[in-house]
Design a protein around this ligand. Sequence first.
Ligand code: ZN
Length: 182
Amino acid sequence: MILKIVQVGHPALRSGTTALSPAQVKSPEVKMIIEFMRATMYDAPGVGLAAPQVGISLALAVLEDRADVIATMDPEEAKARDRRPVPFTVIINPVLEVVGEGTSTFAEGCLSVSGFAARVARATKVRVHALDHKGEPQVIEAEGWHARILQHEIDHLNGGLYIDKMDTRTFLDSRANPGLLP
Ligand code: ZN
């Protein structure tokens, strides 16, 4: 089932989320939400989707950066952005830890701010502590684009959007600038 992705202005994007217990993660309802979110992310298509984006106020997000999508990018662009394949991942109740002081600034977009993009500075390296799709603790070490996706999705779970952190003068219509966003 493909879920409806809400757009900026919808209160679900700003209201924050509720943590899930390991027992809740194992429930058929949450398994179903994860499968629907996975299908919705593929359909969009996108590299990440947080539950508030489909109107669900749970601290849950999915992400995946596929090799076949990266292969369609200009290799120089992909390299500059440090974009490498990321397997399908579920993060639940994530806590973000920034590693080191490095930052990277690139244009990013959001399925809930459809048609636009802006440059956003993000930590280059992060460590995320979360539960996985089975309710087991996981630690994800990430850098480059993978780290950016994690920061973007975790912001969603805290009621944030990239427009809160963007360089406002770089906010633009991505349709008028094809090739800007992968
Ligand atoms: Zn987003």
